[in-house]
Design a protein around this ligand. Structure first.
Ligand code: SIN
Length: 488
């Protein structure tokens, strides 16, 4: 373990984790991790290139046979020990998440709780992998199915939830008996490195969890997937990168789970409880500063309640305290980097040029990673912003006159991750849940994320599910065995 530059992340490993050993990149190169609040460097991390890949894949593949045969109870107990250890060290992890990602400490603490739940949930699931037996319809044969780990897995995680997205993949993979090679986002590798060290500390055998950090993910990931021993890819990130990875994975017919971009509608019907709707809207918009694929991206509001909803939401967003995530008073941290901030500002300006009415908008400070909340009313339904994933505290409001118009507009997107609906009518809610083209629906709730529930999308928001019982299946193959009835 090496000390990172700047002395602010003392004790965090900064190398590649290869078969239980921390190593420099072969080239000796490093890249800088910066604090989004200040732009200051906080660590130098090993910068892998394709020539680092063979060692990483070799240890991941070599550890697979023995890990896949490790009794489920033992795998479960290691995951439970990881949950206990992470919970005991939650403040250390929360501070690190805030340092490298920027979110306010309270949100980082919530992320640690959320991330730890995947460890606890899959500790409980690891011993409940069920096969099936059946008599063939003609009575001549018996059918038996075995659930077996798919194989060594490449896990590619994003910067917005540096811990939870790693545990959401690692926990089911390990529960199923897969070994993993984790590639965290270059913006936020430190949390993943510290978590990998935690796993080794509680006794996960060398080679079961390996980590590669790189500032050039494209060629490194391509090289990993070119090795036919990697049998699974789980990716969370943009639809654009997901498409490229799907094409790369296709060459080796690698099993994939893709958790991609969203464009969540947040529908407020005229009969909604507006207190609840404003509360839910604030959560759905501002969690993680809006930098989440399940953030409310389009507020679709029935005209009779629009003025009041907009006024109350604006008041809530105006009251946010912007500042460094480490300041206890802060409720809205910086965006992860300036490029994200500038992209959001451009989207807002384009929407205004297209006819949107700015209700809340401070001119963003130049050369800063911060963006105060923005509310845009009367956004034209066909505005450019209606098709962009915002990843920012920007709330565009689209007015509609009927339930059908709301649902039509909600579905008018290639994304299909999540939708939120507020109404006091059970029938209205159920009609919406049925009609919305997406993988998850929050009814009178602005947050659906839960380790015990199947998270994932339809259309271009992805393939497969993470979390819940289904999340384990993503790391299992079904093998069917047939034998003559009455034999064996
Ligand atoms: C994501 O933004 O990718 C995941 C958010 C969540 O799990 O709630």
């Amino acid at each position: 373990m090496r000390e990172p530059a700047g002395g602010r992340t003392t004790g965090i490993p900064t190398g590649l984790l290869i078969g239980g050993v921390w190593r420099d990149a072969r080239s000796g190169m490093t890249f800088t991790v910066a604090d989004p609040a200040t732009g200051d460097a906080v660590a130098e991390v090993a910068d892998a290139r394709p020539d680092d890949v063979p060692d990483l894949v070799e240890v991941t593949a070599t550890a697979f046979p023995s890990w896949s045969r490790t009794p489920p109870r033992l795998r479960a107990e290691l995951l439970r020990a990881a949950f206990d250890e992470l919970s005991a060290r939650s403040e250390e992890f929360a501070r690190l998440i805030t340092l490298e990602m920027g979110k306010p400490l309270a949100e980082s603490r919530a992320e640690v709780r959320y991330g730890a739940e995947f460890l606890r949930w899959y500790a409980e699931e690891a011993v409940r992998v069920h096969g099936m037996t059946r008599t063939a319809p003609d009575g001549a044969a018996m059918h038996l199915t075995l659930q077996q780990p798919v194989g060594p897995a490449l896990l590619v995680t994003p910067w917005n939830f540096p811990l939870a997205m790693a545990t959401r993949k690692i926990a089911p993979a390990l529960a199923a008996g897969c070994t993993v090679l984790l590639k965290p986002a270059e913006e936020t590798p430190l949390t993943a490195l510290l978590f990998a060290e935690l796993l080794h500390g509680i006794g996960v055998p060398p080679g079961v969890v390996n980590v590669v950090t790189t500032s050039r993910p494209g060629p490194v990931v391509e090289r990993i997937l070119a090795d036919r021993r990697i049998r699974k890819l789980s990716f969370t990130g943009s639809t654009e990168v997901g498409r490229t990875l799907l094409a790369t994975a296709a060459a080796g017919v690698v099993r994939t789970s893709m958790e991609l971009g969203g464009n969540a509608p947040f529908i407020v019907y005229a009969d909604a409880d507006l207190d609840a709707a404003v509360e839910g809207a604030t959560t759905a918009k501002l969690r993680n500063g809006g930098q989440s694929c399940v953030a409310a991206n389009r507020f679709i509001v029935e005209r009779p309640v629009a003025a009041e909803f907009v006024a109350r939401l604006t008041e809530r967003l105006r009251a946010q305290v912007t500042g460094p995530g480490s300041d206890p008073a802060t409720t809205l941290g910086p965006l992860v980097n300036r490029a994200q901030r500038d992209r959001a500002v451009r989207l807002v300006h384009t929407a205004i040029a297209e006819g949107a009415e700015p209700v809340l908008m401070d001119e963003p400070e130049p050369d800063s990673g911060f963006l105060r909340p923005v509310v845009l009313n009367h956004v034209p339904h066909d505005a450019h912003i209606a098709h962009a994933e915002l990843f920012a505290p920007v709330a565009p409001i689209y007015l509609v006159d009927t339930e059908q118009e709301a649902l039509r507009l909600a579905n008018a997107t290639e994304a299909g991750l999540v939708a939120f609906v507020y109404s006091t009518g059970a029938d209205t809610l159920l009609r919406a849940a049925t009609a919305l083209e997406c993988g998850m629906v929050g009814l009178n709730r602005g947050l659906v994320s839960d380790a015990a529930a199947p998270f994932g999308g339809t259309k271009q928001s992805g393939l497969g599910r993470e979390g819940g019982e289904v999340g384990l299946q993503e790391y299992l193959e079904t093998k069917y065995v047939s034998f003559p009835a009455g034999s064996l």
